[in-house]
Design a protein around this ligand. Structure first.
Ligand code: FES
Ligand SMILES: [Fe+2]
Length: 447
């Protein structure tokens, strides 16, 4: 439970709010590169942290991100003409470049110097991993761009998507950091019938067996370790054969999650606030994501009644939502009674159903937290403490240039007797070493 005051502190992101000012100290996804694909392509509306902006790729290929409303009399520059290295307002022809400078003011006399006094608010941009990132904080406090593994990707390895979820970013992120719900929300009855494929033993289970473990032990024990980037934690479950199965996920300031995967993962899910009531859920590929290829075993996707992954991705990289609150997320009550726990067929819509149904900003004075909510509690505390610290002149966490942001990994494994979960996903983990050896393009710091 949070006080009403803390709930406001945690969730509000507009300019001048403590959390909004904390988030503005990190490079933030503003849009997908595929939304502004070519020089002089169509401008795009961008609402980010409660600010209305417009993005455009200029004639030289630079991406500008400037205030949406024209500094003259406020017409939307979204309707502007993207031409000759600038965005020209449709109303009176004032033109702004990617830095927000007014470079032409044709409605004023030719000898006027007024244009030199007019600027549009503009934020710097950096393209990486299929995403246009921006920094919206004070210029003199600009932090370095953090390379989570996207900077050295080959063009054919770049993949980024985003999905809209109409609720506050914190409750959306809480859904991703909540390991206990996979024993419930994402279950179906046939899991019990999946035959043991032999991977219920120390080592890496098949994904199908993981699903069995989630269902077998539905009250995981959580252990957390604070790290330089935030924290990592495990949900510990007993397997049918009496082993300890752990799912380890990571939280990285301010809205990054790296979710457990067999054998480990470096893929991020980012919960980027559009405003207080709406969120973009971004994901991007990184240098290594071993995924299923390492483990084999029973093919979960052939057995499951769920629809996984996007059925389609728009040409601009945005995944359309087929199931929303308007159609009750496609819930089928007969299926809920007889086949699946949720009655919702599309996997990610199961998550959206629960996090969006809390309302635009959940009133956390009403909640009752248990031991399985430990990771969520830690995330909230870290974020609120960092927001307060920055408001008092402190530095935001996890922005230093000498940190290896590529080393943030999740993992999933059945532990050997005596094995410490804290080693999983680190450069001391033999599985990580094996992949890094085969991925010499990007050396791991310290190795
Ligand atoms: S409102 Fe944009 S040029 Fe006048
Ligand atoms: Fe989920």
């Amino acid at each position: 439970m949070l006080s009403a005051q803390d709930n406001e502190l945690l969730t509000r992101v507009g300019p001048g709010t403590p959390m909004g000012e904390l988030l503005r100290r990190y490079w933030t996804p503003a849009l997908l590169i595929s939304e502004v694909p070519t020089p002089d392509s169509d401008p795009v509306r961008v609402r980010l942290l409660g600010e209305d902006l417009v993005a455009f790729r200029d004639t030289n290929g630079r991406v500008g991100l400037i205030q949406e409303n024209c500094p003259h009399r406020g017409a939307s520059l979204y309707f502007g003409r993207n031409e000759e290295c600038g965005l020209r307002c449709p109303y009176h022809g004032w033109k702004f470049d990617a830095d927000g400078a007014c470079v032409d003011m044709p409605s004023e006399p030719p000898n006027s110097v007024f244009k030199d006094k007019v600027t549009a608010k503009a934020y710097p941009t950096h393209e990486s991993g299929g995403i246009v990132w921006t920094y919206m904080g004070p210029a003199d406090k600009m932090t370095p761009f953090r390379d989570f593994g996207t900077e050295s990707l080959e063009p054919d390895q770049v993949a980024a998507t985003k999905l809209n979820t109409p609720c506050n970013w914190v409750q959306a992120m809480e859904g991703n950091l909540d390991t206990s719900h996979i024993s419930w929300l994402h279950q179906w009855d046939g899991v019990d019938d999946i035959p043991d494929d032999g991977s219920d033993k120390p080592g890496y289970p098949s994904n199908a067996m993981s699903w069995k473990f989630w269902r077998h032990d539905r009250a995981p024990r959580l252990e957390i370790e604070d790290t330089w980037y935030g924290f990592k934690y495990v949900g510990i479950r007993d397997t049918p054969n009496g082993h300890k199965h752990v799912r380890m996920s990571a939280f990285c300031f301010p809205y990054n999650t790296v979710i457990a995967s067999v054998p480990f993962s470096t893929g991020h899910g980012l919960f980027v606030p559009i405003d207080d009531h709406n969120t973009w859920r971004y994901s991007f590929s990184t240098r290594v994501n071993p995924g299923l290829q390492e483990v084999g075993g029973t093919n979960l996707f052939a057995l499951s009644p769920f629809e996984f992954g996007p059925a389609e991705v728009g040409r601009n990289g945005i995944i359309p939502r087929r199931y929303t609150a308007e159609n009750d997320y496609g819930i089928d009550r007969a299926e809920q009674r007889n086949v699946t726990y949720s009655g919702v067929r599309e996997f990610i819509s199961q998550d959206f159903m629960v996090t969006e149904s809390m309302g635009p900003i959940y009133d956390r004075t009403q909640e009752r937290l248990g031991t399985s909510d430990k990771a969520i509690i830690r995330m909230r505390r870290l974020l609120m403490a960092a927001a307060k610290s920055v408001a008092e002149g402190g530095e935001p966490p996890a922005v230093a240039p000498d940190l290896d942001y590529r080393s943030i990994r999740s993992a999933e494994k059945i532990l050997e007797p005596g094995e410490d979960w804290r080693v999983l996903g680190t450069s001391d983990d033999p599985m990580v070493q094996k992949y890094d050896a085969g991925n010499s393009r990007v050396p791991v710091a310290g190795s």
